[in-house]
Design a protein around this ligand. Structure first.
Ligand SMILES: Cc1cc2nc3c(=O)[nH]c(=O)nc-3n(C[C@H](O)[C@H](O)[C@H](O)COP(=O)(O)OP(=O)(O)OC[C@H]3O[C@@H](n4cnc5c(N)ncnc54)[C@H](O)[C@@H]3O)c2cc1C
Length: 496
């Protein structure tokens, strides 16, 4: 076998699939069956089809562990047979054709931040991370399929922005394909609402353009129909906003849980009065795992500090334990709002998208749940985050893009983070607590609508919860663009 720099192989070693056989597979992974092994000649065939800049890492390669690991350590035991870092569209096409020919399970990966392990597989991980360029053209930003939120911020010299998420490592691909919430969605829409064009490699290896004027049904599905369903998106074009002259006031206010009712009530007045949609906020109820609890308001208002301070008058009189309010240039404000990455953890979440404000008894239930969270010996965190919606994100009709929850007042994320290695019975106790809170909220808010970018492997009726009335049309798009169901995972569209 010729030595190839791209191909680092532990000769004679067990394949990752074999290693994975010894692990208890968590639910919700991209390929539930361990990958069938392929022989060495098949791997050589894949290498020959790739560009020189592509890199294939198999178990035993120095960089395998790092490349194999997705963000959520809950799925760390699911070991791919190989990770292919694609450098170009022809690499993606070659990979898909090869997977189809050899019946190799696969999962596309951009930022690797899927909650439910949907970009993890015992087969081939097709990583687009090296395809992460961000280039301005007029008022548009052209992105490679592997760009992350950080890559977009790094390209700020052009002064162009489209609404993105808070975590630098999250891939624009996953974010956009499932919707995309951020601190600017009330002003400029969801991430998917700014998408004007995308390029997709389909199951048969063909590359197509999807936009309003070409493959319009696929374009519709790529705005909320979730990643991993129709093809691999290799490029995106966004309608961006010039922001260099804008100022924003960022804020972070913390309160004791005892003030929850009054804080949420005042905040709803602020949101109701925000007719220009310059204001955006996340409300966080959190038990930090060490016994500390908090209610935090984090967000921004486009415009000067004194205007926000006037709006916040009643909130500031509620005696917050910490107050940070500061006017900055637009980019410095976004930097402040970015999440600081810590060590990788395991996590799980359940979501709801109610179209009504929180009732007082719902707020009381949230505070009580946070106060009585049992972190267990692992000192796991429990949280409920409410992302304020409305404004521009509510303007499209529910069937205008595949993202259906246009009348949602909040997207609610009920979740927990725990340390890798926490015993299963302790993890089950944490999951039972988030299930209980989700059940209570579902009853109070009379909805089962859920956000597909916070996927929940335990969710019954996910088709309706994620997609509402758009699910039927999504299955038709699936049949048209992926008639053999090559793209599959436990919650894939069109799953039999
Ligand atoms: C720490 C953290 C913070 C988050 N913050 C936010 C937030 O502020 N707002 C928000 O809306 N969401 C947020 N999310 C959720 C996030 O939007 C989703 O997890 C999203 O799917 C991640 O995209 P990714 O590319 O990183 O994920 P990946 O795990 O790479 O992919 C997600 C799914 O899309 C598929 N996929 C990946 N790349 C492609 C591609 N190029 N073409 C086709 N399919 C592809 C994968 O197979 C998988 O099914 C957050 C998640 C985490 C873990």
């Amino acid at each position: 076998m010729p030595v190839n720099r791209r191909f680092i192989l532990r000769t004679g070693a067990a394949t990752a699939a074999t290693l994975a056989l010894g692990c208890a597979h968590p639910p919700g992974i991209a390929a539930t069956a361990p990958a069938r092994g392929v022989d060495e000649s098949a791997w050589r065939e894949l290498l020959q089809a790739l560009s020189p800049a592509a890199r294939l890492s198999r178990p035993g390669a120095q960089d395998y562990q790092e490349r194999a690991a997705a963000d959520n350590q809950r799925y760390a035991s699911v070991l791919p047979a190989a990770v292919l870092a694609c450098a170009s569209e022809p690499d993606v096409r070659a990979a898909l054709r090869w997977c189809a020919k050899h019946a190799m399970p696969f999962a596309a990966r951009s930022g690797g931040h899927n909650y439910a392990g949907h970009s993890t597989t015992t087969g081939l991980v097709i990583s687009l991370r090296p395809m992460n360029r961000v280039l301005p053209h007029g008022h548009r930003l052209h992105l490679g399929g592997g760009a992350t939120n950080s890559d977009v911020y790094a390209a700020r010299d052009a002064g162009l922005y489209f609404p993105g998420g808070r975590c630098g490592g999250v891939g624009v691909a996953g974010l956009t394909l499932g919707g995309g919430l951020g601190f600017n969605d009330r002003k400029w829409g969801l991430t998917c609402d700014r998408l004007v064009e995308t390029r997709v490699v389909l199951a048969d290896g063909t590359l197509v353009r999807a936009a309003d004027d070409e493959n319009a049904d696929l374009f519709w599905a790529c705005r909320g129909g979730a990643g991993g369903n129709f093809g691999v998106n290799t490029a995106f074009v966004f309608d961006a906003v010039p922001v260099n002259s804008l100022r924003a006031t960022v804020f972070s206010l913390s309160f004791g849980l005892g003030a929850s009712l009054r804080v949420v009530d005042e905040l709803q007045h602020v949101l109701d009065a925000d007719h220009t949609h310059d204001f955006d906020v996340r409300i966080g109820f959190k038990h930090a795992g060490d016994g500390t609890t908090s209610l935090t308001l984090l967000g921004q208002r486009l415009g000067p500090e004194d205007a926000l301070r006037r709006l916040f008058g009643p909130l500031l009189r509620l005696d917050p334990s910490t107050v940070f309010i500061e006017e900055r240039g637009f980019w410095a404000a976004q930097d402040h709002l970015m999440d600081t990455p810590g060590p990788k953890t395991c996590y799980a979440s359940k979501s709801l998208v109610p179209d009504q404000w929180l009732r007082p008894d719902t707020v009381a239930a949230l505070a009580e749940w946070t106060r009585t969270w049992h972190p267990g010996p692992a000192r796991a965190t429990g949280y409920v985050t409410l992302f304020a919606m409305g404004g521009a994100s509510a303007q499209p009709r529910p069937d205008e893009t595949a993202y259906p929850h246009r009348s949602g007042r909040y997207v609610i994320d009920v979740g927990t983070h725990w340390a890798p290695g926490t015993p299963a019975e302790q993890v089950n106790a944490l999951l039972a607590q988030i299930r209980a809170m989700h059940h209570t909220l579902r009853r109070h808010l009379v909805t089962d609508a859920a956000y597909v970018n916070f996927p929940d492997p335990d969710l019954d009726g996910w088709e309706h919860a994620y997609y509402g009335a758009n699910h039927q049309r999504l299955t038709r798009v699936k049949r048209r663009y992926d008639p053999t169901g090559l793209f599959r995972y436990p919650q894939a569209i069109g799953k039999p």
